[in-house]
Design a protein around this ligand. Structure first.
Ligand code: ARG
Ligand code: ZN
Length: 858
C-alpha cells in the first residue's frame, strides 16, 4: 500500500492531552491511555475517530467514562464513532516488551525497558492517531518493581514519586511542551547517572544526566562534555536556548538506529555515548560528539518545530544534520570535517541517488516510512540547506533561520514553510531552488575552461539524470564557489560564487594573459558530480597549492579517480598509465613532505577514493577490477615512498596520547602509513604493525594496527586477533569492532572468516549492532560482497531472510547493496537478482523488506 504526499489531509480529531499509566513488567506491561479528543475545526468533520495500532489488542475501551462496545477494528486500527465535539477516551492494552524483537514501541534490552517511537512505534504501545501533526501534552505515570527498575524516566519533569505495595514504586512525569507521539519516551531500569549542570544564556539551570549501566558510567565523560558544548554552541550559532530544567540521555545496547531525540529524554545507541581512550577510536569520539549534538539540536529543529507529515522528514533531519556538521566543524577542524562529510555523501548518498531506490529529499510516496531514513533525506537534505546558506552568506542565513524558528515555533511544519522563511528572512529568491526538494538524482555538471583573447572562458552545463518515476528533469540552481589561479605565482584572484541555473552557461573572466588553473566547487559548495577534462599537471598543481582545503583534497581525489577509472575503463594506454601514476606519486610525495600541512589534514589527503566512489564513476563496473587497480596503486605508492612512509611512521609513533589535534593527527598518520607500507610489503610490515598494536595505549592505534594485520596473510594476524578478543571480552562495543575488522578485511579468505564468525558464540542476530558489525561490514567490503561465484550475495540474502521476522527495519537496510545489480557486470548482476527474487519469494515479508526488494527489482 502506497502513501502519497499529495493525499495529505488534516487530522479530523485532535488530542490536546494524554495521560498514560504504565504498570511495568519485562514480559507483561499494562497500559491505560486517557485521551482528551476534540474535533479539529480544520478537519473533514467525520464522526469517526481513528486510533492507529500495530500488533496490539484493546482490552477495554471507555468513552466519557462509560465502557462501550460499539468500537470496531479496521485492520490494525481502532475506530470509534463519536457524537459530540469533545470526548474523553480511555483504552487499555497489554504488551510483552521482552518479546519485542523489532525494537519499535516498548521493548526490553539488558533487563531494562525503553521505547523507540519514531516513526510509527507509539501505535505498538497504545491506540493513538500516530501522525506527527497531532500534538498533545503528556502526563505519564509508571509503576514497577523497585529492584528491577530503580530508575523511572519519561519526558519533561518528574513531578512526584512514591512507594507502592510489594516492593513496587512509581513516578509521575509531566511534559509541558505539546509534542507528537513519536517524541514520547519511557525508560525503566537499573541505571546510574553521570550528572552535570548547564546554565542557559537566560540563566535557566538545567540538570543534565547521562544514564548507563553502572559499569559504563566512567565512559560517559566525553558525551557529557559534548552535550554541554552543544548547548552552548546552539545558543551562540543559532540563538537557541534549552527549555526544560532537566535533560536526560540514556544509553541502550539494543537499538535500531543511532539515537532518538525524545523531548527531554534522548535515547541513544551505546556506541554514540560511551567512549574512553582505551576502547574508543578518534572516529568514535567524533561520532559521539556529532550524535550528541544532533539529538540535542533536534530540541529546536524537530521538537519545538516538528514535521506536518513524514514526507517532510528532511525538514528536521536535513537541517539538524547541517547543524551538527557546523557544530563538529566548530569543535574541531573545519576543513577535515567538510572532507569527511563529503566522503559520507559520496559513499552513501551518491549511490542511492543513482540506483533503484533514488528519491528526492522530500519523497512523493512511500510504503514504509522507516525505509526513508536515508542518506538522501539526511545528508543530501543537509547539503541542500547548506547551499542556501552559501548563497545567502552565513550571517544573512541566520536571519532566515531566526524567522523560521520564530514563525513556526509550536507547529508541525513543512519543507515549504522552511524555504519560505529562509526566503523572507534572507531576501533570496528561492523559486527555482525549490526543485532541489522534488528532483532526485545527482546533477552532473560539465566544466570546460577555454583561454581566448586574454580571457578565461568558463563553459558550464548541467544535467540531472533520470531516476525512477522522474524521467525528465529541469535545471536547478547550482552554487559553485570558484577561483582562478595564476600558475606562476600560485595565487588566485578573489573567489567568485557562480550560480549555474540554466542548462548551459558561459562565464567570462577578463585579464588573463596566460591560461589560469581552475579551482571549482570549492568547499564542495554544491552536491553535484563535476565532469571536467583536466590536465593531470593542473591537478598536481592544485593538490600542492590550493588554499581551499577541500579543493586541495579534491584535486588529489580527481587525479586518482581519473587514473583508476581510466585504467578500469580501458581508456588509458600504457604510457598514459605511467604518466598518471607518476603524477599521483609526485603529488603524494609532496603531501608527505609539506611542512605547512597539519597532520590531520595530511592524513585526509593520503586517503584514496573509495571503491564505491570509483565504481560510481562507471556506468557498469567490475568491482574486483576496481579493487585490484586501487590495491595496485596503493602498493606502488607504498614502494615508491617507502622510506618517507617509514620515517613518517617513526616520527608520529613517538607522539604521546592526547585529545588535541596534533596528537590526533599523529594517530591518523600512524595507521595511514602502515596501510601503504603493508600494501607494498606484507611480511616486512607485519612486525611494525604488531609493534604498533602492542605499544598502543589507545584504541585508535590498536584498532588501526589490527585492521592492517587483518588484511594480511601473516602469522601475526591470528595472534593479534586472539589477543584483542581476550583483552576486551565482555565489552560489546569493542567486540563489535573485532567482528567488523574481520568482515571488512582485505584478506583473501574473508568470506570463510565471515561464515565462521556467524557461528561464534559472541554472534547473535538479535542485537543490531552485532549484526551490522559482521554483515554490514561485509556488505560494504567489495572484495567480500562481490567475490566470484556470488557467495557474498547469498550470505547477505540469507541474512535478510533470517533477520526479517526478527527485526524488519534492520533487515531492510541490507537490501540496497543487492539493489545495485544494474551497475555491475551482467554475470554478477544476474546473481544479485537471483538473491532479490529469492527474498521476494518468501511467503511472509515485512513491509520494510518488501518495499525495498520490489523497488530494487524494478
Ligand atoms: N530521529 C532520529 C535521528 O535522526 C532517527 C530515528 C529513526 N528511527 C527509526 N526507527 N526509524 O536522530
Ligand atoms: Zn535526526
Amino acid at each position: 500500500q502506497v502513501i502519497r504526499r499529495e493525499d495529505y489531509q488534516a487530522p479530523a480529531w485532535l488530542v490536546p492531552e494524554i495521560a498514560l499509566d504504565f504498570r511495568l513488567g519485562l514480559s507483561a506491561t499494562h497500559v491505560i491511555a486517557r485521551l482528551s479528543v476534540t474535533r479539529n475545526p480544520a478537519g473533514n468533520g467525520t464522526p469517526t475517530l481513528r486510533l492507529n495500532g500495530d500488533q496490539i489488542a484493546a482490552l477495554a475501551v471507555r468513552v466519557d467514562g462509560e465502557a462501550v462496545n460499539d468500537w470496531r477494528m479496521d485492520g490494525p486500527d481502532l475506530l470509534i464513532d463519536l457524537t459530540g465535539d469533545a470526548h474523553a477516551i480511555e483504552v487499555e492494552t497489554a504488551l510483552n516488551p521482552a518479546a519485542n524483537s523489532q525494537l519499535m514501541g516498548l521493548y526490553a534490552s539488558n533487563g531494562m525497558l525503553c521505547t523507540q517511537c519514531e516513526a510509527e512505534g507509539f501505535r505498538r504501545i497504545t491506540f493513538f492517531p500516530d501522525r506527527p501533526d497531532v500534538l498533545s501534552t503528556y502526563s505519564v505515570r509508571m509503576s514497577g518493581d523497585k529492584a528491577l527498575f530503580p530508575v523511572l524516566l519519561s519526558n519533561g519533569n518528574c513531578t512526584e514519586t512514591g512507594e507502592g505495595p510489594d516492593g513496587s514504586h512509581w513516578a509521575q512525569w509531566h511534559d509541558p511542551w505539546p509534542k507528537p507521539c513519536y517524541l514520547f519516551a519511557l525508560v525503566a531500569g537499573d541505571l546510574v547517572a553521570n550528572h552535570a549542570q548547564f546554565t542557559t544564556m537566560n540563566g535557566r539551570a538545567v540538570d543534565l544526566n547521562i544514564w548507563t549501566r553502572a559499569e559504563d558510567k566512567d565512559r560517559t565523560g566525553h558525551a557529557m562534555a559534548s552535550l554541554i558544548n552543544s548547548m552552548k554552541w546552539d545558543e551562540e550559532a543559532f540563538g537557541r536556548e534549552y527549555d526544560l530544567d532537566l535533560f536526560n540521555v540514556v544509553a541502550v545496547s539494543d537499538f535500531n538506529m543511532g539515537a532518538m531525540e525524545n523531548k527531554g529524554l534522548n535515547v541513544f545507541n551505546t556506541r554514540y555515548v560511551l567512549a574512553d581512550p582505551e576502547t574508543a577510536t578518534d572516529g568514535d569520539y567524533d561520532a559521539v560528539e556529532g550524535v550528541i549534538g544532533h539529538e540535542y539540536f533536534h530540541n529546536w529543529s524537530g521538537n519545538r518545530i516538528t514535521c506536518r507529515d513524514w514526507f517532510q522528514l528532511s525538514l528536521k533531519e536535513g537541517f539538524t544534520v547541517l547543524r551538527d556538521q557546523l557544530f563538529s566543524a566548530a569543535m574541531g577542524s573545519e576543513a577535515v570535517k567538510r572532507i569527511e562529510d563529503v566522503r559520507v555523501l559520496r559513499g552513501a548518498q551518491f549511490p542511492e541517488d543513482s540506483g533503484p531506490l533514488a528519491h528526492p529529499i522530500r519523497p512523493d510516496s512511500y510504503q514504509e516510512i522507516s525505509n526513508f531514513y536515508t542518506a538522501t533525506v539526511y545528508n543530501k537534505g543537509a547539503e541542500v540547506i547548506r547551499m542556501m546558506r552559501t548563497m545567502a552568506g552565513a550571517e544573512t542565513f541566520r536571519k532566515g533561520t531566526d524567522l523560521y524558528f520564530d514563525r513556526h515555533d509550536g507547529e508541525a511544519a513543512t519543507c515549504e514553510d522552511f524555504v519560505r522563511a529562509i526566503e523572507d528572512g534572507t531576501g533570496l529568491d528561492l523559486g527555482q531552488f525549490r526543485l532541489w526538494y522534488g528532483q532526485a538524482g545527482t546533477p552532473q555538471v560539465t566544466v570546460e575552461l577555454r583561454h581566448e583573447d586574454g580571457a578565461a572562458v568558463l563553459e558550464l552545463a548541467q544535467q540531472v539524470p533520470a531516476t525512477p518515476g522522474q524521467p525528465d528533469k529541469q535545471p536547478m540552481p547550482i552554487p559553485l564557489r570558484l577561483a582562478l589561479f595564476d600558475r606562476a605565482t600560485a595565487t588566485h584572484r578573489v573567489e567568485e560564487l557562480v550560480v549555474l541555473d540554466q542548462a548551459r552557461q558561459t562565464v567570462r573572466f577578463d585579464g588573463w594573459a596566460e591560461p589560469p588553473v581552475l579551482s571549482i566547487n570549492r568547499g564542495f559548495s554544491a552536491p553535484v558530480q563535476i565532469e571536467a577534462q583536466r590536465d593531470p599537471a593542473d591537478l598536481v598543481f592544485l593538490a600542492a597549492h590550493d588554499d581551499d582545503p577541500f579543493a586541495r583534497y579534491e584535486a588529489m581525489q580527481s587525479l586518482v579517480v581519473g587514473h583508476l577509472v581510466g585504467i578500469v575503463g580501458g581508456r588509458l594506454d600504457a604510457a598514459a598509465q605511467d604518466r598518471g601514476r607518476a603524477a599521483i606519486g609526485e603529488a603524494f610525495g609532496a603531501i608527505l613532505a609539506d611542512d605547512a600541512l597539519d597532520d590531520l589534514m595530511r592524513g585526509e589527503l593520503m586517503i584514496l577514493p573509495s571503491e564505491t566512489y570509483l565504481a560510481e564513476q562507471l556506468l557498469v563496473a567490475d568491482p574486483l577490477a576496481i579493487h585490484a587497480q586501487r590495491e595496485a596503486l596503493k602498493a606502488w605508492l607504498g614502494r615508491e615512498h617507502g622510506a618517507a612512509l617509514e620515517a613518517l611512521h617513526d616520527r608520529v609513533r613517538a607522539v604521546p596520547y592526547g585529545r588535541d589535534a596534533a596528537a590526533r593527527g599523529a594517530r591518523k598518520l600512524k595507521t595511514q602509513a602502515l596501510i601503504y607500507l603493508a600494501s607494498a610489503d606484507a611480511v616486512g610490515t607485519a612486525p611494525r604493525a604488531r609493534a604498533q598494536y602492542d605499544a598502543a595505549d589507545n584504541m585508535t592505534d590498536r584498532q588501526g594496527a589490527l585492521m592492517v594485520l587483518c588484511g594480511l596473510d601473516v602469522p601475526e594476524r591470528a595472534a593479534a586477533l586472539d589477543d584483542f578478543h581476550t583483552r576486551y571480552a565482555g565489552n560489546a562495543l569493542v567486540i563489535d569492532k573485532w567482528f567488523s575488522l574481520q568482515a571488512g578485511s582485505l584478506h583473501k579468505d574473508v568470506l570463510e572468516h565471515v561464515k565462521a564468525l556467524a557461528n561464534h558464540p559472541d554472534f547473535t542476530m538479535s542485537n543490531p549492532n552485532r549484526v551490522r558489525a559482521l554483515y554490514m561490514a561485509m556488505a560494504v567490503n567489495p572484495k567480500a560482497f562481490h567475490a566470484a561465484g556470488g557467495e557474498g550475495y547469498r550470505i547477505i540474502g540469507e541474512v535478510i531472510r533470517k533477520l526479517d521476522p526478527i527485526n524488519p527495519q534492520t533487515a531492510a537496510r541490507f537490501v540496497p547493496s543487492l539493489g545495485r545489480w544494474r551497475r555491475v557486470d551482467a554475470a554478477r548482476g544476474a546473481l544479485m537478482v537471483e538473491e532479490l527474487k529469492a527474498i521476494a519469494a518468501e511467503p511472509t515479508l515485512s513491509r520494510d523488506v518488501r518495499e525495498q526488494v520490489t523497488k530494487s527489482l524494478g
